[in-house]
Write a protein that binds this ligand. Structure first.
Ligand code: MGD
Ligand code: MGD
Ligand code: SF4
Ligand code: MO
Length: 896
């Protein structure tokens, strides 16, 4: 009898944000996998956001790094693993012998697994003998880490996601959770639907999609959070809601913090300093005072600042004063960015930390780790933090760097400095899944890593929940797990202790270290995995998601500090007094605007993975600079045109947009475009490299810039079945559509038919259609191959060009019919349908104009109406906040 093989769904964890959603992946016969939310995972209960839902579209081997490569005579060439690892080991060993262990460094990432991270940290801090291992978490979570350690004595997030549902008020500070932590945001939205009295406050200089759910949005001045929370602390004390018993029994430093906070003046003064309406400020303070169950969740608007650590502590102070911490429905909550931001901290992956929540600057702690590892050469002082590390590389004091799972040429501040540093470095080793154009030019050794779906290990999410990432695809080419590459080098350098046979053995060692000397007072920490010690491969493979500390079999810990015991030696928490400081560089003169940078809903970081998904490309197909219309007028730029944005550190080009959420004096640019998908759009090149004095985290949200026209003779776009060389066009950006690549262009050289042919790769004999209207500066052309559309180009003097959607759809056709051929260069179908507009719902490809028209014509009132009518919003729900805005806008314009 024929028995169909039904592929088993593999339970794993999403590789993107720190929410850490459970995913069920079912491998498909022709490659790829069917992706669903895991209904049994506590983080998401089956929900996935648009990025998670599109994971299946990112699994192809296109653009993957599949074999080790070595640079020989200037060019990268394929090599074997042995040769590549020999080269790395010999290079590191030689440089260490000649210049000491601090002449080498690792720069790793919150996107490697805990097991990879553990090995990287052990190798550097216990065997190389240097703490020169830092990570992109320096750019992300380090202020939260430093704030937690100052307040609690240990880097601990006290609460859990359920607290958001149990709270009566949620304050989101510097967080665009609607786009960056979408399934958690949906949980909040659902809780509010069930209990409309749940209050939501957003503190963000921008009006973001997250504000759609807010009862109150305070558009505070960038960088003024400390002032605002100090003001709150004083207000709470005056309102009589201080929990004296808690303060006396469980905290230190209250009086000094309160005195410092009072120096900020009364509510009106604070409101003025923060640029917030005093009535709204009072409303927020009052809400905070009278709401026992309140969660203050914070993200990059807090951490990425030269006063980031103080911002974190100013928030925590308010929870300590009220004793609202570690109990259901209340507490400060650091939203983590990357999938394994937390795991990296557990293994001590930052340059100023030791493994397992022990401290590098504590000799007893160093001795504990040394004895556990039998380490031959323990680091005994902090290593270089990211910004200093790349400076030391440029200066030549660090001569070898191994970069793993991060793209610093795009994501570091002063990113052109990183290019200079890598160009000057003797030995650059890059471990990545993607053969990307940003780092490859600088690499001497490229090591192919296993990607999500191929690798095995654990990650920890924002609520301390450890979940397994499991492989469901075979290892492609010669890719290997990052820990294997690290162990290969460590072994070749003569180090014992790196002969693991699988990720489970590394996890076991990590779990044992968490219990090591933990009973001794001066090594005590809350981070413990006692009940996970001794798992064999099968037990590790079956590991269910669990929140640390894990002290008893099968039981994690949802909340910490509820008993008032903290991790400082005296068991008490600390209030931290801090005076507000202005951001490092003030706008004015040549650079009148403040540049704020952040994320878009449908892209992940430098786009090496989400950039592969056509579904994710429609929402924001090119980089933009979002400005207030008044500032655009002053700068002489118009919406839709190209502008150059310049700071003291660098420059980029982007499309001018008026999203409506930006205050006067500010500009916002998304972080995602890298050197491979745009000619000149790495916003990191502009960002000032100033860092927080405690955490070393850069001030990504505040750089003075100027905006000016980027003059072009024409605007245009190309859709093409294959990648083209746009090198000669003044400005270009690229995204991937379904079956085609889309380039947006701005040109300075006159566009002629000859130039068009050269650009699209047509010759004399090609099947070619062209049209020109000189008076309008219009040129259009299309190349067909065997009746199939191969590429088309549309050019105009102004950025008024046909919609790309219908043209993009033609690439799905095997041949063009005569009618389509005839109207191809009109840019729209013979019977012109309405232009759907920019994509709002990526899952079903529904555009803004379509949604607005339906709201107007069919009198839709709720998001449910829109979903029922157009399907939009009916799958992952990531677009619901935007649909809510459209409902509001259209209905108010109809009413007016
Ligand atoms: N779609 C998507 N989701 C992601 C990511 C992604 O790349 N794409 N990346 C993940 C990662 S690693 C991270 S770290 C998180 C980041 O998640 P978020 O921190 O939510 O995202 P950002 O857009 O970086 O910034 C948040 C907000 O801070 C505001 N802000 C700027 N300055 C200030 C200020 O002085 N005070 C206050 N209160 N707010 C300010 C900005 O206007 C912005 O709206 O997202 C994660 N999730
Ligand atoms: N201007 C500005 N800059 C920022 C920020 C900002 O808000 N504004 N935010 C900062 C923050 S919070 C963060 S987290 C960073 C993120 O910045 P990056 O870490 O630079 O961003 P990614 O594009 O995620 O880089 C991850 C790289 O790892 C590769 N990769 C994926 N999986 C694996 C794997 O398993 N093994 C290996 N070896 N490689 C893998 C990917 O192909 C990619 O090249 O950006 C920071 N930079
Ligand atoms: S919210 Fe989205 S990106 Fe974040 S873990 Fe869940 S599915 Fe992945
Ligand atoms: Mo991040």
């Amino acid at each position: 009898m024929f028995m169909p093989i039904i592929p088993q769904a593999v339970r794993t964890t999403c590789p993107y944000c720190g929410v850490g959603c459970g995913v069920k992946a079912t491998p498909l016969e022709g490659g790829g996998a069917l992706i669903e939310g895991d209904g049994e995972h506590a983080a998401n209960a089956g929900r996935l956001c648009v990025k998670g839902s599109a994971l299946g579209e990112t699994l192809s081997l296109d653009g993957r790094l599949l074999y080790p490569q070595l640079r020989r005579d200037g060019a990268l060439e394929r090599a074997g693993w042995d040769e590549a690892l020999d080269t790395v080991a010999a290079g590191f060993a030689r440089i260490i012998a000649e210049h000491g262990p601090d002449a080498v460094a690792l720069y790793v990432s919150g996107q490697i697994l805990t097991e990879d991270y553990y090995v990287a940290n052990k190798f550097m801090k216990g065997y190389v003998g240097s703490a020169n291992i830092d990570t992109n978490s320096r750019l992300c979570m380090s202020s939260a880490v430093a704030g937690h350690k100052r307040a609690f004595g240990e880097d601990v997030v006290p609460g859990c996601y359920e607290d958001f549902e149990l709270a009566d008020a949620i304050v989101l500070v510097g967080s665009n959770a609607a786009w960056c932590h979408p399934t958690l945001f949906q949980r909040i939205a659902k809780a509010k639907e069930a209990r409309p009295e749940l209050r939501i406050v957003v503190l963000d200089p921008r009006r973001t999609a997250t504000c759609e759910l807010a009862d109150l949005h305070l558009p505070l001045k960038p960088g003024s959070d400390v002032r605002l929370f100090n003001g709150l602390l004083a207000y709470l004390a005056d309102a009589g809601v201080a929990d004296r018993a808690f303060i006396d029994a469980h905290t230190n430093g209250f009086d000094a913090a309160l005195e410092g906070a009072r120096a900020g003046g009364d509510v009106d003064e604070v409101a003025r300093a923060c640029g917030v309406d005093p009535g709204q400020m009072r409303a927020f303070y009052d809400l905070f005072a009278r709401t026992e169950k309140i969660v203050t969740a914070f993200s990059m608007g807090v951490n990425q600042s030269t006063s980031g650590t103080d911002k974190v502590n100013a928030i925590i102070n308010c929870h300590l004063l009220t004793g609202r911490i570690g109990k259901p429905g209340m507490g400060p909550f650091s939203l983590t960015g990357q999938p394994n931001a937390m795991g990296g901290r557990e293994v001590g992956g930052l340059a100023n930390m030791l493994a397992s929540h022990l401290d590098l600057d504590n000799p007893r702690h160093r001795e504990a780790v040394r004895s556990f590892w039998s380490a031959p050469r323990m680091a005994d002082q902090p290593g270089l933090k990211a910004v200093d590390l790349f400076r030391a590389i440029e200066a030549g004091t660090v001569k070898a760097v191994w970069i793993m799972a991060t793209n610093p040429v795009v994501s570091m501040p002063d990113a052109d400095q990183v290019r200079r540093a890598l160009a000057a470095c003797e030995l650059v080793v890059v471990s990545d899944v993607s053969a990307h154009a940003d780092l490859a030019p600088y690499a001497h050794v490229l090591l192919p890593a296993l990607a999500w779906g191929e690798k095995d290990g654990t990650v920890t999410n924002s609520e301390r929940r450890i979940s397994r990432q499991r492989a469901f695809l075979p290892a492609p080419g010669e890719a290997r797990a990052d820990w294997q590459a690290l162990c290969g080098v460590a072994g070749r350098m003569g180090h014992a202790g790196f002969d693991y046979t699988g990720a489970h053995e590394i996890f076991d060692e990590h779990a044992r270290l968490s219990a090591w000397r933990n009973a001794e007072d001066d090594c005590h920490r809350l981070f413990r995995l006692d009940a996970l010690i001794g798992m064999d491969r099968a037990a590790y493979d079956a590991l269910a998601p669990m929140q640390w500390p894990v002290l008893a079999q099968g039981a994690g810990t949802a909340r910490l500090f509820g008993d008032g015991r903290f991790s400082h030696p005296d068991g008490k928490a600390r209030f931290i007094a801090s005076a507000p400081r202005l951001p490092a560089h003030a706008p004015g003169g040549e650079y009148p605007l403040v540049l704020n940078t952040g994320r878009l809903r449908d892209q992940w970081h430098t786009m090496t993975r989400t950039g592969k998904s056509p579904r994710l490309a429609g929402h924001a197909p090119e980089p933009f600079v979002d400005l207030h219309p008044h500032d655009a007028l002053l700068a002489g730029v118009r919406e839709g045109e190209l502008a150059r944005v310049t700071s003291r550190w660098g420059a980029m080009v982007a499309r001018v947009a008026h999203g409506g959420g930006i205050a006067r004096g500010a500009a916002f640019v998304p972080i995602h475009w890298n050197g491979a998908n745009a000619s000149d759009a790495r916003v990191g090149a502009l960002v000032n490299p100033e860092v927080d004095p405690v955490s070393g985290e850069p001030e990504f949200k505040h750089t003075p810039v100027r905006v000016e026209p980027f003059g072009v003779a024409w605007y245009g776009f190309v859709l093409s079945r294959e990648d083209l060389d746009m090198g000669r066009v003044a400005h270009w950006t690229r995204v991937r559509g379904s079956g085609f690549v889309r380039y947006e262009l701005g040109g300075r050289e006159p566009m002629t038919f000859e130039a068009a042919r050269a650009l699209l790769g047509a010759d004399e004999d090609s099947d070619w259609i062209e049209y020109q209207d000189r008076s309008e500066g219009m040129l259009r052309a299309a190349l067909l191959v065997e009746g199939r559309l191969q590429a088309c180009l549309f050019v105009a003097r102004r950025p008024d060009l046909p919609a790309r959607a219908w043209l993009g759809g033609l690439f799905a056709q095997e041949t063009l019919g005569p009618r389509e051929r005839a109207t191809l260069l009109a840019g729209h179908p013979p019977a012109q349908g309405a232009d759907p507009g920019p994509t709002v719902c990526s899952c079903f490809g529904v555009g803004r104009n379509t949604i607005c028209a339906a709201i107007r014509d069919k009198e839709l009132k709720t998001t449910q109406d829109v979903t029922a009518c157009l399907r939009a919003g009916g799958n992952c729900g990531s677009c619901l906040p935007e649909i809510r805005t459209l409902l509001l806008n259209v209905r108010s314009s109809v009413a007016a």
